[in-house]
Design a protein around this ligand. Structure first.
Ligand SMILES: C[S@@+](CC[C@H](N)C(=O)[O-])C[C@H]1O[C@@H](n2cnc3c(N)ncnc32)[C@H](O)[C@@H]1O
Length: 198
């Protein structure tokens, strides 16, 4: 196993053992498949956490990544990881609430790959905002879209999950009925949406 893979494997196992949120294994598989097919150059991620998925992306293609995270402790861990892997020069991390930062981060930029993995209630709002910043043929990968299995169907969600479930249903309806996007829904893990701008 090469050194970078060994480092990532250790971070992956640490995250799983300590309930640190990183993307699901199924989403990682799709991420790698999409990177090998599209070889994106300009990537935006919302939800850096400890830098696991951004490291996977940086190692999978010679891309530049903008990533947004609100938790400073996680950003510190992410920066250490990027440095260890030698990918720190290609990743710009923005510290703050994505709702507040997004407009300034993406101003004047277009992306060929977006990974939505931050606040689950915000996916629709973020995608709508990002539309003119995503290139034609660009991919938007979205993790956890079936959120605890509560999103499918139209059953009444438990009170504490109601906002996320209703917003995620609205997000899926939006991408499935959209003229701008086409969407593949993978019903594994917590649900993965692969959205492509036509
Ligand atoms: C599922 S984790 C991201 C995992 C990461 N993409 C990975 O796979 O390694 C979600 C992250 O989004 C961050 N987050 C949630 N809401 C946010 C917001 N409004 N603005 C910025 N970051 C946010 C959380 O702090 C958390 O670290």
């Amino acid at each position: 196993m090469i050194k970078s893979e060994k480092i990532l494997r250790e971070v992956h196992d640490f995250a799983r053992e300590n309930f640190v949120m990183i993307l699901s294994d199924e989403c990682e598989r799709e991420l790698k498949r999409l990177f090998s097919e599209y070889k994106p150059k300009r990537v935006l991620e919302i939800g850096t956490a400890i830098g696991y998925s951004s490291s996977v992306m940086a190692l999978a293609s010679d891309c530049k990544i903008d990533t947004i995270e609100k938790d400073g402790e996680r950003i510190r861990a992410a920066k250490e990881l990027w440095k260890k892997l030698g990918v720190d020069g290609r990743i710009n991390c923005y510290h703050g609430d994505a709702d507040e930062l997004l407009a300034s981060v993406v101003e004047g930029k277009t992306y060929d790959f977006v990974f939505l993995d931050g606040a689950k209630s915000a996916y629709k709002r973020q995608l709508e905002f990002l539309e003119r910043h995503i290139k034609r043929g660009g991919i938007v990968l979205c993790d956890d879209v079936l959120y605890l299995g509560l999103v499918k169907g139209d059953g009444y969600p438990p009170h504490k999950h109601r906002t996320i479930v209703n917003n995620m249903r609205a997000f899926l309806k939006y991408v499935e009925e959209s003229d701008i996007y086409e969407c593949d829904l993978i019903e594994e893990a917590n649900g993965i949406a692969i959205v492509r701008k036509k």
